[in-house]
Design a protein around this ligand. Structure first.
Ligand SMILES: C[S@@+](CC[C@H](N)C(=O)[O-])C[C@H]1O[C@@H](n2cnc3c(N)ncnc32)[C@H](O)[C@@H]1O
Length: 220
């Protein structure tokens, strides 16, 4: 493998995961009851306060990494309030001070989305758009339950609603997500695309190494 392609996905799957339908069905049947961590609850309260103050439609930028996409989305959607979330404080801390971006319609939050999404749904938070850009692929077949569509929080992602956009350099991840959506009666499309301007560090990295990029969209 050449250095340029070192980020390419290596998987032992040659099609949709054979256990996908069964796993999604299991998660649809049983409510995800894992107790919330206190810092997730505190983080969510902080978000609720901010949203109450700005009074704008909300965009989620889930798994935002360093938050570059959060700032770009805030610039692209000045009439919205964008919440960038990642569990890695180390990544989020790499983002420069808010005021340097020239936009203030966003916030970054360190949180575990397994908690945050459920808290948002319980609070009946309305979201207009939901971006999940380059989620961790977990390419080994046995790790299917670590992919968002194979996780217990999948029904929550769907129930949160909004226009969903996911991006990945691994088409199969998105095809699986699309199949999971079809099991809950939601239509989606997966297409190859080539961004004129990259909006995340991972996107930049994949494009620079000549990899194909894919996008899933769905009206949830
Ligand atoms: C491959 S990186 C992509 C980051 C960014 N979207 C980009 O494209 O540059 C995946 C990100 O998902 C985050 N992540 C994974 N599981 C998460 C969870 N349960 N809650 C919040 N963030 C999570 C990781 O910390 C990581 O920053």
């Amino acid at each position: 493998m050449s250095f340029a392609n070192s980020h390419e996905i290596v998987t032992n799957q040659d099609g949709l995961n054979e256990n996908l339908d069964e796993i999604v069905a299991k998660h649809l049947k049983h409510t995800f009851k894992k107790p919330y961590q206190q810092h997730s609850i505190d983080g969510f309260k902080a978000v609720e306060i901010q949203i109450g103050q700005v009074n704008k439609p909300v965009i989620f930028d889930s798994c935002c990494g360093v938050g570059d996409s959060t700032v770009k989305l805030a610039k692209l959607h000045p009439d919205h309030f964008v919440i960038g979330m990642d569990k890695s404080g180390h990544r989020l801390n790499k983002n420069e001070a808010y005021e340097q971006h020239g936009v203030d319609n966003f916030m970054l939050l360190r949180t575990d989305l397994n908690d945050f999404w459920r808290l948002a749904l319980e609070a009946q938070l309305k979201i207009d758009k939901h971006f999940i850009l380059y989620p961790n692929p977990w390419p080994k077949a046995k790790h299917i339950q670590r992919r968002w569509h194979g996780s217990a929080v999948f029904p929550t992602i769907v129930a949160l609603g909004g226009e969903l956009e996911m991006r990945s350099n691994w088409r199969l991840y998105l095809d699986e997500f699309s199949q999971a959506l079809s099991l809950v009666g939601k239509e989606s499309s997966v297409v190859e695309f080539s961004p004129e301007e990259t909006i995340t560090p991972f996107e930049r990295k994949y494009q620079a190494s000549g990899q194909a990029l894919f996008k899933l969209t769905s009206e949830l």
